[in-house]
Design a protein around this ligand. Sequence first.
Ligand code: C5P
Length: 241
Amino acid sequence: MTITIDSSLTDPRIIVALDFDSAKTALALADRLEPGQCRLKVGKELFTCAGPALVEDLQARGFDVFLDLKFHDIPNTVAKACRAAADLGVWMVNVHTLGGRRMMEAAREAVDAASYNPLLIGVTILTSMGVDDLREVGLSGSPEHNVLRLACLAEASGLDGVVCSPREVSVLRDTVGHAFRLVTPGVRPADSISDDQKRVTTPEDAIANGSHYLVVGRPITRAEDPVAALRAINAVILPRL
Ligand code: C5P
């Protein structure tokens, strides 16, 4: 079956992770992609190298930007950082849920007071952490147990969603409200290598299980034809939306 993709999706579900070390490389890829097909993620490396000017350049090309800086600090500092991100006009920004309820509530207030209101997302437990890592920092229980607990705290603190592993989506989907966004990295098309991601899920399974947005890096950024790679992922998830 051939699925035709509109040149512009109303709510593109793929967020392409621009994990590059220069604005030039990031913009070269952005210029090959279409804002109607994907959003773009700017993380710590690229933002540290290229700063707000790059975010503005991407937005000027029509892209929604997820500013993935995982703010984690005292409530006042995080609130001001979130306000700065909102003033920059980003579509999504994130904080670390381990900063606690007061920090997340302060972030919520700051974003609500801005003239533009990005989606405010919480990072729960980093997927790189296992049971032993958690115990070492004083957290008992499994990563999954802690993700669920922190996602509920994020929802109660007014956040719009969380970043989580695609393997945790099903249980979270049954626990949090329908509108609470689940943003999942660790996605690999069936014919793709998993790189350093250990617990991967295909894009179609992630969407079928309840992910709203899929963060995809190397399967698109390192593809011989990034446009075709993005198109192929959109084609497999569209029937499941
Ligand atoms: O290249 P790949 O698809 O593995 O990139 C995944 C992206 O998602 C990277 O930008 C990575 O930093 C991010 N990420 C992740 N796991 C998390 C949180 C974010 O892989 N738990």
